[in-house]
Design a protein. Structure first.
Length: 238
């Protein structure tokens, strides 16, 4: 099996990348959004990393030989599909994504989890007007920030929905907003079905209990009120 791996520094639990990835993947799968078929956490030999980041070099100096990575099974392209470059083919990508059947569901998912980094390179093109979601390392942060802290976790806050901005300049048409609200109706109930799995990972990866509780309450509250958030932010119908 081949896959996509991403390593995040632990930094005493202050780095949220790994826990964000797991949280988003588990919730996305429960919502039946298009994602890789499977995900895993696997120890990676640091010596095998071609261009180690500074924190990896520091870990090696401290005697660490392996580091946990978040991995997903490689998606692959459907036969005959063309790979598009997010920079060179951005206009074509935007046009296709607007016609992607799962686009309203994907944007609503990002709104609920406060994913602030869904640029055009963070949707994977499988074939014409067919995409999958990956890379969820940044949740609940301001533009350009990397790791949430407790005071960031404000459920009513308007977080940057980057994909929505890319596609509609943050002003989606009314029909699109209505579809977002329709998809949002499921979020509270679906999130409850994966709470036990999420709590397991949060306990493993968020060492401070108050941070764990705040993150869980934040996601629960976002899921409960997502239709109200969408209506207030994008002037959707009641």
């Amino acid at each position: 099996m081949t896959g996509y791996l991403k390593l995040y520094p632990y930094d005493g639990g202050n780095s949220r990348g790994l826990v964000n990835e797991i949280t988003a993947f588990v919730f996305a799968k429960a919502l039946t959004l298009p994602t890789p078929n499977s995900a895993f956490v696997i120890p990676v030999p640091l010596a095998s990393v071609p261009k180690p980041a500074g924190w990896m070099k520091d870990a090696i100096k401290k005697g660490l030989t392996h580091y946990p990575a978040f991995g997903t099974r490689e998606l692959g392209h459907e036969e005959g599909a063309l790979a598009l470059d997010p920079d060179q083919d951005s206009q074509l990508l935007r046009a296709e994504l607007r016609n992607w059947a799962e686009c309203p569901a994907a944007v609503t998912f990002d709104e609920t989890i406060a994913h602030t980094d869904r640029h055009l390179g963070n949707v994977y093109r499988l074939s014409r007007e067919k995409y999958a979601l990956f890379d969820h390392g940044r949740l609940a942060v301001s533009r350009g920030a990397r790791d949430w802290i407790r005071r960031d976790l404000e459920p009513a806050r308007d977080f940057w929905n980057r994909l929505l901005e890319e596609l509609f300049d943050s002003r989606p048409p009314a029909t699109f907003v209505s579809m977002m609200q329709h998809h949002g109706l499921r979020h509270e109930a679906v999130l409850k079905t994966v709470q036990s799995e999420l709590h397991y990972w949060w306990k493993c990866l968020i060492p401070i209990e108050d941070d764990r509780l705040a993150f869980g309450c934040f996601l629960t509250s976002r899921a409960e009120r997502i239709c109200d958030i969408i209506r207030a932010r994008y002037n959707g119908l009641a």
